[in-house]
Design a protein around this ligand. Structure first.
Ligand SMILES: [Zn+2]
Length: 354
């Protein structure tokens, strides 16, 4: 049984707080979950997908990751303000991907000149050279194409597979269309915030009541992923080094990712706030992911040594690994395999640049 308490917070707003693990309150875009004293997960609701976290200290708030849209970040800021009168002092970017960085400007608007953006050195470079150009790509190509596709489905009454749209399907597509149009408007005025405080291996914020360790433990999901570790509270905020689903590898270093996760696994934590998906208990998922990444790299390397084509490798590795990992990762797993194999294939051929 979970014990819970409710109390009046000494602020103008009223905030209800439940015991660890329970949803504290739900904003429009996030479920806010208290995972330890002063440590909160902001779990993205369907359609938002990516998570964030915030840490309340006696000397300001630290936010981890800023989501895809400034409007979502603004929503989280208003939830943080209901939790504490403390200002937000630091924003940490776990890596450069746009679903973790594009909301940054909301923090600058709310706390001008008082908020520092922290990342690993490589992530700052990647924000400059990959995240910023990707806004233009989204604005000019990706989002208009999505809007056109959704509008086309509504106009023809047919879903992409050619089947007739049900009334429920029509409502869903209309909602997606409205959301994409709103996103397009946001992209027009989007300013990506470039981290102004970077580090190589570790940066520790020594607060009066909290120690916040920001750690770079090696290549992984990207070349600059960091984790945020709270040793007293035994909480790990993992970014996309750990997510609820199969690992996303477009920019990954598969064999190094396993080694990096092994290092992460040596930290003493009991709760994980992952980059996507629900809060996790313990290290079971981390250990399964280390095993999967190891098996993936071994299986792909074997095929590359035999001179197999990418296509043959994708098929052989899927035959081998889908039965073994489908239970861990769910039905979506087989859709992730081709991309995971393609990236591992490049790595096994020595084609990945760090
Ligand atoms: Zn990512």
């Amino acid at each position: 049984m979970k014990r819970f308490q409710v109390w009046l917070y000494l602020a103008l707003s009223l905030a209800a707080s439940f015991g660890e693990g329970a949803t504290l309150f739900a904003s429009q875009y996030f479920s806010i979950e208290k995972v330890a004293e002063g440590v909160y997960a902001a779990i993205g609701k369907p359609g938002v997908f990516s998570n964030g976290a915030f840490i309340v200290t006696e000397d300001g708030v630290i936010v981890v990751d800023t989501h895809l849209r400034p409007s979502w970040a603004r929503d989280l800021i208003s939830e943080i303000k209901k939790t504490t009168p403390q200002p937000i002092r630091y924003v940490i970017n776990t890596h450069w991907h746009n679903d973790h960085t594009q909301g940054g400007q909301a923090y600058v608007e709310s706390f001008p000149k008082n908020v520092e953006f922290i990342s690993q050195h490589s992530t700052r470079d990647d924000i400059l050279h990959l995240a910023i150009p990707s806004v233009k790509q989204s604005l000019e190509t990706d989002v208009p194409e999505t809007i056109q596709r959704l509008q086309g489905a509504l106009n023809t009454g047919k879903s992409p597979d050619g089947s007739a749209l049900t009334e429920e399907g029509r409502v869903q597509i209309q909602a997606q269309l409205d959301s994409q149009k709103a996103y397009l408007e946001e992209l027009k005025t989007m300013t990506i915030v470039v981290p102004n405080m970077t580090f190589d291996r570790s940066l520790i914020l020594h607060k009066y009541d909290k120690e916040v360790r920001i750690l770079y433990l090696g290549l992984g999901h990207t070349r600059g992923d960091i984790v945020v570790f709270l040793p007293r509270e035994k909480v790990l905020i993992s970014g996309d080094l750990l997510t609820g689903g199969p690992p996303f590898m477009r920019d990954a270093f598969p064999s190094k990712w396993a080694t990096t996760l092994e290092q992460v696994g040596k930290l003493d934590f009991t709760k994980v706030i992952p980059g996507h998906g629900p809060v996790e208990d313990g290290k079971d998922h981390l250990q399964a992911e280390v095993r999967y990444l190891g098996d993936l790299v071994t299986a792909v390397t074997e095929q590359v040594k035999k001179g197999a084509s990418l296509e043959d490798t994708q098929k052989a590795v899927a035959d081998q690994l889908v039965p073994r990992y489908e239970k861990e990762y769910g039905a979506n797993f087989k859709n992730a395999i081709p991309g995971n194999v393609a990236r591992s294939y490049q790595e096994a051929k020595g084609e990945l640049k760090e």
